[in-house]
Design a protein around this ligand. Structure first.
Ligand code: 6PG
Length: 255
């Protein structure tokens, strides 16, 4: 089923859960607990667990917490890490989502290097988008002729963007591509992002949203403000999976 030009706002995923936490730390702890449970479940079935990580600043606390308190609890040999999007910069750039994850998490856990599938932000964007598409197809299950991630972790920009799908680029929500080149509307920085249909094909999608800066966008989305029709995040509606919002009290102030 292709999501074509959905203009109504009463889009309801199969299962939508909203969890609000007093602090970003409480949020990260709950998320990490659930991640341990999910990955252990896969390990028990000797199945791999594929995760697309978000970038930006919000996941930094989570990654630090996992590396400090959950490193040994997660069966990393079964976990394959991908990125939902990357900035087209080298991995040692402060802008690099991979670089941030390396510093905050990867350097501190015992995960096989073959389980780390980074987007090569330093390479030619178009070529890298198609290379990464093949990499995703090689390591993920399939449903509806699309890759099936066990979990996609997303952030939310205060303009309603998610991954690197920005307002004004809604075409990336319906794209037939698995990943594509995008650019930040203000900085024009090139990005590589997985597309909307891939996100909505996942078994689980989790938004992690913290801080007062996000209260307006969260408020508009949950109150079905017509302005939210311009937010790509509004169209993240897993077709088969669970959608969970992890929100802290500051970001959820208007709910
Ligand atoms: C990126 C992200 C992006 C991010 C949001 C929220 O590469 O920037 O993947 O979608 O999740 O912009 O960013 P913050 O967490 O920094 O607010």
């Amino acid at each position: 089923m292709v999501i074509k030009n959905r203009k109504e706002t009463n889009i309801t995923p199969l299962e939508k859960i909203v969890k609000i936490f007093p602090t970003p730390y409480d949020l990260a702890k709950q998320f990490a607990d659930e991640l341990v449970y999910k990955t252990m479940e896969s390990a028990r079935k000797k199945e791999q667990f594929t995760v697309a990580l978000s970038g930006g600043s919000t996941p930094e606390l989570l990654f630090a917490l996992i590396s400090e308190n959950y490193g040994a609890a997660i069966p990393w040999q079964y976990v394959h890490l991908f990125w939902g999007d990357e900035r087209c910069v080298p991995p040692d750039s402060t802008e690099s989502n991979f670089g941030m994850t390396l510093r905050k998490l990867l350097r501190k856990i015992d995960i096989p290097s073959g389980n780390i599938h980074r987007i090569k932000g330093e390479d030619d964007p178009e070529k890298e988008a198609s290379r990464y598409q093949e990499e995703i197809l090689r390591y993920t299950r399939e449903r509806d002729r699309l890759p099936l991630f066990d979990l996609v972790i997303l952030g939310l920009g205060d303009d309603g963007h998610t991954a690197s799908i920005f307002p004004g680029h809604m075409d990336l929500l319906n794209s037939d591509k698995i990943c594509d080149v995008a650019f930040h509307p203000l900085t024009l920085q090139k990005r590589i992002t997985i597309t909307g249909r891939v996100i909505n094909n996942a078994d689980a999608v989790a938004f992690l949203v913290t801080g007062r800066k996000k209260e307006a966008v969260v408020g508009k989305m949950f109150k079905k403000d017509p302005l939210a029709l311009n937010y790509p995040a509004t169209y993240i509606v897993p077709l088969y999976g669970r959608l969970t919002w992890f929100i802290d009290k500051e970001a959820g102030r208007l709910l």
